[in-house]
Ligand binder design. Structure first.
Ligand SMILES: C[S@@+](CC[C@H](N)C(=O)[O-])C[C@H]1O[C@@H](n2cnc3c(N)ncnc32)[C@H](O)[C@@H]1O
Length: 246
């Protein structure tokens, strides 16, 4: 009988030890996660503050992150747009990035943003934001419904380019759409559809470049457009930068 009691007690002790160890490991994970979340949040706050400082805005910007671009990516766009002073900026998907880039054009005193937007609701929202910031002269949201584009035996739902001027030379291209849910490698067509319109010293920014889908797109572009040099900027969702090699 004492042997049975001892065995049960031992099993209970082992179980308690097992549970305590699991709780201990969980606490370490939570601590690491919390540190990493705080670091990431702090970086975004710094970038957001930098953005407001560099843009000198009187009104608040719409919410960032989530569906919208993150402050660190927007700051990369701002710094480039302010120093390179592009004449034509083309954007795949509109939103806060349109407002930010339009403000850069206004500060530069030159340039125009042409933003392709497939969803009329979000197109209207971006136009409202541009008016709210008195930036409507510096950016135009082009209604560009997604339509099938064929490469080989594959079809991509991608923007209609009917409203994009035919002869446009793109100095800065920002790719943040279409949304990932539209199909795998949803943003791939920006390459074959727009890269031949890039001006001599154009720069391309791809948001969400840390996702597996975007990494596959970059790999494909690397093979198909070898004259474009790829590099990365440290942004929370990933930011790839493509420049023409001279
Ligand atoms: C990644 S978002 C575009 C973000 C935009 N470049 C910006 O910085 O705000 C891509 C597309 O998602 C759509 N979209 C924007 N906000 C959304 C939301 N809250 N819910 C669902 N779709 C949204 C719009 O059609 C937009 O073109």
């Amino acid at each position: 009988m004492p042997l049975l009691v001892n065995s049960v007690m031992l099993l209970m002790l082992l179980y308690i030890f097992y549970k305590l160890r699991a709780a201990h490991l969980l606490l370490y994970d939570l601590r690491d996660q919390s540190r990493s979340d705080h670091t990431s949040l702090f970086r975004q706050l710094e970038a957001l503050q930098g953005l407001y400082a560099e843009l000198g805005l009187r009104n608040s910007l719409p919410p960032t992150r989530g569906w919208a671009a993150s402050p660190d990516f927007l700051l990369e766009l701002t710094r480039h747009a302010r120093s390179a002073r592009p004449l034509t900026v083309v954007e795949c998907s509109s939103g806060i990035s349109t407002v930010v880039l339009a403000r850069c054009m206004q500060l530069n005193g030159i340039g125009k943003v042409l933003s392709l937007e497939h969803d009329p609701h979000f197109a209207a929202q971006t136009r409202d934001q541009l008016r709210r910031h008195n930036l409507q002269d510096w950016a135009e949201v082009l209604d560009a419904p997604l339509e099938p584009h064929l490469w080989g035996d594959e079809s991509w739902p991608w923007y209609s380019l009917n409203l994009l001027p035919q002869r446009v030379q793109i100095d800065m291209l920002v790719i943040d759409g279409p949304p990932q849910a539209t199909r795998t490698q949803a943003r791939y067509p920006a390459g074959p559809m727009l890269f031949r319109r890039l001006a001599a010293e154009a720069t391309v920014f791809l948001d969400d470049a840390a996702r597996a889908d975007e990494l596959a797109i970059l790999e494909r572009w690397r093979e198909e457009f070898p004259s474009l040099q790829q590099s990365a900027r440290a942004c929370e969702k990933g930011c790839a930068v493509l420049t023409k090699s001279i």
